[in-house]
Write a protein that binds this ligand. Structure first.
Ligand SMILES: *Cc1c(COP(=O)(O)O)cnc(C)c1O
Length: 486
């Protein structure tokens, strides 16, 4: 298996080089020319630990890493940084199983991949004899930024710069980022939204002049966004792991198909699930759950992707995205690099494209703010379990899907964040009396009603010193990077 460009099959790369580059020179993304088939039976996988399973899955993609290299990366990533040995526990609540992906240091599923990416990258640099300082540029809708900072802080030979929408993240998300320690970290609020940040960062990666200029100074760029294959591949693991936990608990029989409902923004998480299915994991449907920025819902219903619409700031800010980068990898898988290139050109020029593809494996759904709040309240009243606002979009979407299709297949809700990151909205969903409360003070209240302690990494966050106060216009990102590295 090799990696090819989604817009040009003649761009060919080994895994480690694709991790280092992050994106192709022409703006396309690296993807496997053929998604590998799992070479072990489900029986052989069912009792593996998270780390063991991670090795079985990742070795098929990271195929130029040696066994020792890959195991070193895995064992250093999935350790006591996570607050549970299970790493990604599955809990049954009401009519669904919830895959909790927020037990890492920054309390969002981004930790699942960003705990290992720095190890994959450092190993790749060593293997390929790279002597440059690697500058990680990251656009974030709120959670990637902190997870990337935490992963790369004080990692020798790297610097990390994070761009987040000044007015588009939750108070806890913002505090998590601006209080980040580490000599090699830089955090910048931008006057714009996630799409602005992502477009600016992508344009830096594909600017030959700037790349040359910084190359002369001893720098090379890479990405910690899910455009990097090193983000995507580790995410495939937990789809297998969720399945094995369903089998172990007796919820399903080995071989039985299940559904996954995934709260989606940049289409990275759900695409990893789709890869797991292509590898042989028994999956019936993926429900792609959007918030009011429902470009993906419209795309799966009509075949037309159209970003020409108002950008909405919602209660699930990490999904406030109109340009879903990883959809490009699905398009390429279902059509061809030539066709994908055409579609992406149309997206750049007209802001939209239409395509006639037959895919009944992924179903689009969405949830409004009211539906999201209702999902949080319903789940809490029935079980006492508190969903975060993103996971609640997935749950609400699933309930709609179930009514529409009568599909009774056992379903996993992929839970992407701790409710503590979005305390205020979560509590307001449960009771409007919290509307006047302060987001940070309300954490104690959430602790009382959920019976889940305030997670260690954010305890006392309100009194930590603010270490970053850069602000920049959305058109000024390139210059900011240039000046910072001068
Ligand atoms: C990033 C994020 C998402 C969206 O994931 P994608 O891979 O971008 O689709 C959903 N929920 C939370 C909490 C996130 O941080």
């Amino acid at each position: 298996m090799k990696y090819i460009g989604t817009r040009n099959p003649n761009i060919i790369s080994e895994a480690s080089k694709a991790v280092l580059k992050g994106i192709c020179e022409d703006g396309g993304l690296f993807m496997p020319d053929k998604i590998p088939t799992m070479d072990k039976s489900l029986e052989e996988l069912v009792n593996l630990s998270y780390q063991e399973l991670a090795y079985e899955v990742m070795k098929l993609y990271m195929n130029d890493y040696t066994e020792d290299e890959l195991k070193y990366c895995i064992n250093n990533a999935y350790d006591s940084k996570f607050d549970t040995d299970v790493i990604a526990p599955l809990v049954k609540q009401n009519d669904v199983s919830i895959l909790e992906l927020f037990h890492g240091r920054t309390l969002a599923f981004k930790d699942m991949a960003l705990s290992i990416l720095p190890y994959l990258m450092k190993t790749a640099a060593k293997k390929n004899g790279i002597d440059k300082e690697i500058v990680i540029l990251t656009a974030t809708s709120g959670d990637t930024g902190k997870a990337a900072l935490e992963g790369f802080a004080d990692v020798e030979g790297t610097r990390i710069m994070v761009f987040f929408p000044e007015d588009g993240v939750s108070p806890v998300q913002k505090l998590q980022m601006v209080t980040q320690e580490g000599k090699n970290t830089c955090v910048v609020g931008i006057k714009g939204n996630f799409d602005d940040a992502q477009s600016a960062v992508k344009s830096i990666f594909t600017d030959p002049e700037l790349i040359k200029e910084l190359d002369d100074k001893g720098f090379m760029f890479s990405s910690a966004n899910s455009i990097n294959i090193g983000r995507l591949v580790p995410q495939v693991v937990y789809y297998f792991y969720a399945y094995m936990q369903m089998v172990r608990s007796g919820e399903i029989k080995l071989g039985e198909k299940i559904n996954f409902t995934v709260p989606t923004g940049n289409f990275g998480n759900i695409l990893a699930g789709y890869y797991a299915k292509c590898m042989g994991l028994p999956v019936n449907k993926f429900i792609c759950a959007s918030n009011d920025n429902k470009v993906l819902y419209d795309f799966f219903k009509t075949g037309t992707y159209d970003k020409n619409r108002e950008f909405m700031v919602t209660v699930s800010p990490s999904m406030d995205i109109l340009i879903s980068s990883n959809l490009e990898r699905l398009l390429c898988k279902l059509t061809s690099p030539e066709k994908t290139k055409e579609l992406m050109a149309s997206l750049a020029k007209e802001g939209k494209y239409s395509v006639d593809i037959k895919n009944d494996e992924i179903v689009g759904e969405f949830a409004t703010k009211d539906e999201t709040f209702k999902a949080i309240k319903d789940m809490y009243e029935k079980t006492g379990y508190v969903l975060d606002t993103h996971t609640a979009v997935a749950y609400a979407a699933y309930e709609k899907y179930k009514v529409e299709t009568k599909d009774e297949t056992k379903t996993v809700i992929v839970s992407t964040a701790s409710p503590y990151k979005f305390t205020k909205d979560v509590l307001c969903a449960i009771d409007s009396k919290y509307e006047s409360g302060d987001a940070l003070e309300l954490m104690t209240e959430l602790e009382n009603i959920s019976k889940v302690s305030i997670p260690e990494p954010i305890k006392g966050i309100e009194s930590r010193p603010v270490l970053h106060n850069n602000v920049c216009e959305k058109d000024g990102i390139k210059n900011f990077v240039r000046e910072k590295l001068n």
